[in-house]
Structure formats: C-alpha cells, structure tokens
Design a binder for this molecule. Structure first.
Ligand code: FE2
Length: 199
C-alpha cells in the first residue's frame, strides 16, 4: 500500500545563485559601503544592531544592475505562477550591513507580492540564517509528538545564506534573521516587489 502526500497551498521560497557572483558582489559590496559612508545613521526597522539604508536603491543608478536582476527574477517567478502579462513590477530595495551580534526580528512585508534578500558578503554558516515561521496559523492549535521536526511539523524553518544567492518569498511570510555569530559583517540587499496592472 502506497501512501502519498499531496501538498495543498504550499508555501514557496524560490532561490537562485548568480553565476557571476564573485565579480558582481565585489562591486556591490563597495557600493554598499559607499552608501553607508554617505548616510551613516541609516534607518531603524527590524534590524537589531545592524545598519540599514533608506528604502531607495531603486532610485540610485549605481544599483541599476542589481535592481534589474531582482525584477527579472520576480517576473520569472510571477510568470511561473500565471500572473497576468504586461504587469508593471514596482521595486523597493535597501542595503543591510549586519555586524557581529546583529540580527533581525520576526516581521513580514505588507503591500507587496514578493519579498526577498540577496547575499553580497558573509561568513557562512555562523553569519546567521534566515528563518521562516509557519504561516499555517491553525497548525498552532496542536503540537506534534515528534523526535525531530520535518517540513510538515516544524514551526520554523531555516535557510542558510550563501554569497551570490537570492531568496524570494511571499511578502506575507513571517521571517527573521538569526544573530550574526561570525566575526565579519553580513551584507545583503532586501527588497519588495509589487506587480500592478498598467504595463
Ligand atoms: Fe524582511
């Protein structure tokens, strides 16, 4: 007798690794540091101890290539999920520089279809993983008597950051970042993408 699970309403996190990450990240890292030198105070949101830029990379020409890639990836994902053609993909993006000891509290990103992060520079695996919280609120009514968590029984799932890798997920999916326990800054670019009709 074969018993097969069928995933209903799956929560998808998409990931892609840039082929030219070494060359690409070198420039991006320099641009991230330049931005911090220009705006040393940054903004305070979910970042604990870290520096976060204003939410405006989409307006900065030096980040044009990064912005373009984010939109391309999100557009490909949207097409795979049968989004309407001729949508306008609106981007907001920002830089995070998280020194040793920094983390991000659990949060979600309202008013966007896709959110994500691209890792520019880090020391794996101690730099802190991104973790996602089970969005199936009803599942919190009951815990499972398991010896170890599976993707079905877990309440949180972690994904390891990697230089040159991008993660994309629905904006409503709660997530956070573990403390950076390495002795190097973790540098990443986070973003929101909203697909709106109008071409
Ligand atoms: Fe986030």
């Amino acid at each position: 007798m074969e018993i097969k699970p069928a995933p209903l309403f799956p929560t998808l996190v998409w990931t892609t690794l840039f082929d030219d990450r070494t060359r690409f990240n070198e420039r991006l890292l320099e641009q991230a540091h330049q931005l911090r030198r220009k705006h040393p105070t940054g903004v305070a949101k979910t970042n604990v101890k870290g520096w976060q830029s204003a939410n405006n990379l989409q307006n900065l020409p030096e980040f044009e290539e990064m912005n373009l890639r984010i939109v391309q990836v999100c557009q490909r994902i949207a097409e795979s999920q049968k989004f309407a053609p001729d949508l306008n993909y609106q981007l907001q993006a920002w830089v995070n520089i998280s020194p040793p000891g920094a983390s991000n509290q659990v949060h979600f990103h309202p008013n966007c279809h896709f959110s994500g992060v691209y890792y520019v520079s880090l020391q794996a695996p101690e730099c802190g993983s991104i973790f996602f919280r089970d969005p199936r609120v009803a599942s919190r009514m009951m815990t499972y008597p398991v010896t170890s968590a599976t993707e079905f029984t877990a309440t949180e799932l972690r994904m390891r950051p990697e230089e040159g890798r991008m993660y994309v997920f629905p904006g409503w999916l709660e997530h956070g970042v573990d403390e950076n326990l390495s002795n190097t800054d973790r540098v990443s670019i986070s973003f929101n993408v909203l697909a709106v009709p109008g071409g």
